[in-house]
Design a protein around this ligand. Structure first.
Ligand SMILES: *Cc1c(COP(=O)(O)O)cnc(C)c1O
Length: 464
């Protein structure tokens, strides 16, 4: 056993603080705008989020203490192991050393509980009794259901109709954790009823489900309900940085000074931000690291979308966020990486991209499934279709290292397992999947919906 495969930390070595990139970006992200086009005030968000979370959302403090009770719950699966992908390296014949942070070991099977636990805890602390949220394929809904059950909150999940019908297992996980999950659009909200009246057979969408979840939170006259979002917002990026802070300590244990590549897949940006932001900080202070967010070619907000103000949801209920976007009306094709089918990108990740600190890439679906299968047949763990985007990029860089004959250190975020996503694998094996590069005409049409919204400044220091 000369070769170590897992680099573990003791529970006592868990990071005690989250890292806030807003403190170090040369130009901080521009503030969200309200309906009047002016920066939104914390008070305006109070019906939707508890004030302790709003404070984190607007904080520019570099380090924020993680409450002890949150650490205790996270210790159920954290510190998460850092693996060296020795079998994949051997299969590729690469001189690169590939490390992956295994976030699939959480009870819900992905990185999402890192923020679900924190959000549930802050809401409980604020006196909230019930959380509402939306979920697409069910990963976020199951993470929040798990968190609410441990912390003692009611949980209501609006699940996009088509997933509700096609993906019963995530729904059953939510039921097991005691959450109330309904198909969206539902008859329980005005926005749901309006849509059902016009289009009773609609498959639903994330945008509709968000509108329903916000309405259900704001509409509770007792004031005991708030809404929770699983990605995109600053406080979610913050909670996820425990991933990268752990990885730094673990790379040190592995004898690595610094990675050459840091790679994560991107839906709303949270698992990528979680791993990469501590390394983005190093890069701001002079380190030479390539930091790569990977998105699907079918939903290419950072590689093809403009940096604009846009709403986070289809019904325009959220404030305007300064971000890379495909337009809030964008309907992504039905690729299997459900968690990457979102039109916008987190403002913090977007601003890092504006600066050139991170270098986005887009990958086609089939190449990602091919990488996922190579991974499963070497490393054993079956990745989520989302995660396969990071894997495909890591394999490309390992192959480049081989061609150049260079030792490289590649670090990727293994954001979750694919054990609830095997239907996608089945479709791949049967040759039923295809690539869906986004036609320019569709993109242009979608961007029509945001052409009259205010434009953020492009603030770039020119250093990267
Ligand atoms: C939700 C999800 C993603 C995408 O969301 P981000 O906020 O971009 O991280 C990626 N991987 C897995 C496994 C997910 O569940």
């Amino acid at each position: 056993m000369a070769e170590i495969t897992k680099f573990n930390l003791e529970e006592s070595e868990m990071p005690r603080q989250w890292y806030n990139l807003a403190a170090d970006l040369p130009n901080p992200p521009q503030p969200p705008l309200g309906p009047d086009g002016k920066p939104i005030t914390p008070d305006a968000l109070a019906p939707v989020f508890p004030m302790n979370i709003i404070e984190q959302e607007v904080s520019t403090q570099r380090w924020i203490d993680i409450p002890e009770e949150i650490l205790e719950i996270l210790s159920l699966w954290r510190p998460a192991p850092l693996y060296r992908a020795r079998r994949l390296e051997k299969e590729l014949g690469t001189p690169a050393r590939i490390y992956y942070k295994h976030e699939g070991v959480s009870p819900a099977g992905s990185h999402k509980p890192n923020t679900a636990i924190a959000q549930a805890w802050y809401n409980k602390k604020f006196g909230i009794k019930r959380l509402t949220t939306e979920t697409g394929a069910g990963q976020w809904g199951s993470a929040l259901a798990f968190a609410c059950s441990l912390i003692g909150l009611e949980c209501k999940v609006f699940m996009v109709r088509i997933s509700f019908d096609q993906k019963p297992f995530r729904k059953l996980m939510m039921a097991t954790w005691g959450a109330n999950c309904v198909a969206s659009p539902s008859p329980e909200t005005q926005s749901g009823r309006d849509i059902l009246e016009k289009t009773p057979d609609t498959p639903g969408s994330l945008g509709i489900a968000i509108s329903e979840a916000i309405e259900a939170a704001v509409g509770d006259s007792t004031g005991g309900t708030r809404y929770s979002l699983g990605s995109v917002l600053n406080h979610v990026m913050l909670h996820q940085t425990i991933i990268g802070l752990e990885a730094k300590k673990q790379l040190e244990k592995a004898g690595e000074k610094q990675p050459d590549f840091v790679i994560g897949c991107t839906g709303g940006g949270s698992n990528f931000a979680g791993l990469s932001f501590p390394f983005v900080c190093d890069k701001i202070h002079g380190a030479d690291i390539s930091i790569i967010p990977v998105e699907p070619e079918s939903c290419p907000k950072m590689t093809r979308g403009p940096f604009c103000y846009d709403h986070g949801d289809t019904a325009c209920m959220t404030p305007l966020l300064a971000m890379y976007t495909l337009g809030h009306g964008f309907v992504p094709p039905p690729i299997h990486a459900g968690g990457l089918r979102y039109h916008g990108m987190a403002p913090l990740v977007s601003q890092a991209a504006v600066e050139g600190l991170i270098e986005p890439r887009a990958y086609p679906q089939l190449k990602c499934y091919e990488a996922a299968v190579t991974w499963a047949r070497t490393e054993g763990f079956i990745p989520a279709p989302e995660t396969s985007h990071a894997i495909a990029c890591a394999i490309d860089e390992a192959n480049n290292a081989k061609e150049e004959g260079k030792e490289r250190v590649i670090l990727l975020n293994w954001s979750g397992h694919g054990l609830m996503d095997l239907m996608g694998y089945d479709a791949y094996f049967q040759g039923k999947l295809s690539d869906h590069a986004l036609p320019q005409g569709d993109l242009d049409k979608s961007l029509e919906s945001i052409k009259d919204l205010p434009k953020p400044e492009v603030r770039k220091s020119g250093k990267w």
